[in-house]
Design a protein around this ligand. Sequence first.
Ligand SMILES: NC(=O)c1ccc[n+]([C@@H]2O[C@H](COP(=O)([O-])OP(=O)(O)OC[C@H]3O[C@@H](n4cnc5c(N)ncnc54)[C@H](OP(=O)(O)O)[C@@H]3O)[C@@H](O)[C@H]2O)c1
Ligand SMILES: *[C@@H]1O[C@H](CO)[C@@H](O)[C@H](O)[C@H]1NC(C)=O
Length: 303
Amino acid sequence: MAWLSIIGALFLQYSIFHIIRFIYRHWFRKPFSWELYRGEWAVVTGASYGIGAAYAVELAKRGLNVALLARSIDKLRDVAQQVESKGAKSQVISFDFAKASSEDWKQLENQLNSLTVSVLVNNVGVNVSLPTAFLEMEEEKMDQILQVNIVATQRITRIVVPKMVERRKGVVLFLSSGGGVLSPAPYLSVYSGTKAYENALATALAGELESSGIIVQSVTPFFVTSEMSKIRKSSLAVPSAARLARDSLQSVGYEVCSNPYWFHECIATILSYLPLKLQIRYVAKLHRGLREKGLRKSAQKKE
Ligand SMILES: NC(=O)c1ccc[n+]([C@@H]2O[C@H](COP(=O)([O-])OP(=O)(O)OC[C@H]3O[C@@H](n4cnc5c(N)ncnc54)[C@H](OP(=O)(O)O)[C@@H]3O)[C@@H](O)[C@H]2O)c1
Ligand SMILES: *[C@@H]1O[C@H](CO)[C@@H](O)[C@H](O)[C@H]1NC(C)=O
């Protein structure tokens, strides 16, 4: 019986430690200070709406100028206006990460090299419009997801980071995802695969760039309100994009893989106790249902 009580005591201590650390992390610890970065530039990819736009505005509030990249120029201009209303400078750069030619990339490189960039938010990402079985995905869609989420994200990182290394200063964030890193995602295989890739890339870079004074972080949220998630109204489980961006900017410099919104971390903890097989079955069923619902909806629209 003695060993049982020792195990029990250890378990209790372990749980108490985790709970205290959780509370400290989300409510008491000193938020990352952006003071040193005031007046310098942040580059945000996929900044015309959604989570990217929210990061842009939150960074502007902290005194950073923001270069905004995406395809929709009018929407980018709206975000630029919000950035400037916070007293920061902005630059709108229309760029298609799926289709850019080497010429376009060269031009982008020159444009970014003319700015003192000390923050890169790798936010641009594409997803399938409905959960889709791997075997039924169109080759073209697969390529587009890999191109934007992995190839282009890597490429812009290679453009921006060398200058940060020279200046021994910088923050690089990757918008990875809870789905793919913290939970399985059947029927979103390629999308979630790219998110796991980004998480691994960020973790590796964090180790390579630490001695150059650069902070690299992977952000792994679950649902956030946006076009992509198709959830418009925020709730306990689904924070607004602004809330996620605020929480994320506070957690910079702490965890290498961060789930900045507190309730998402609770979800991750609960999931970590459930057997993977069970999670896979549950999510597969959920996504099959979502797919059928989506198909019914688009059939109704056509009628
Ligand atoms: N929403 C969530 O629940 C959630 C959860 C976990 C992780 N994430 C990740 O967070 C990131 C942002 O998600 P979100 O929900 O804000 O997505 P979103 O609403 O779909 O916004 C995507 C942004 O990327 C831009 N974009 C898309 N394709 C592009 C291309 N080919 N070239 C240039 N820009 C392009 C879009 O602008 P244009 O159309 O103007 O180009 C838009 O600004 C993604 O990486 C996503 O994987 C989201
Ligand atoms: C990606 O798309 C699928 C299908 O539309 C959706 O179920 C899922 O919530 C999306 N992922 C995110 C993070 O929004």
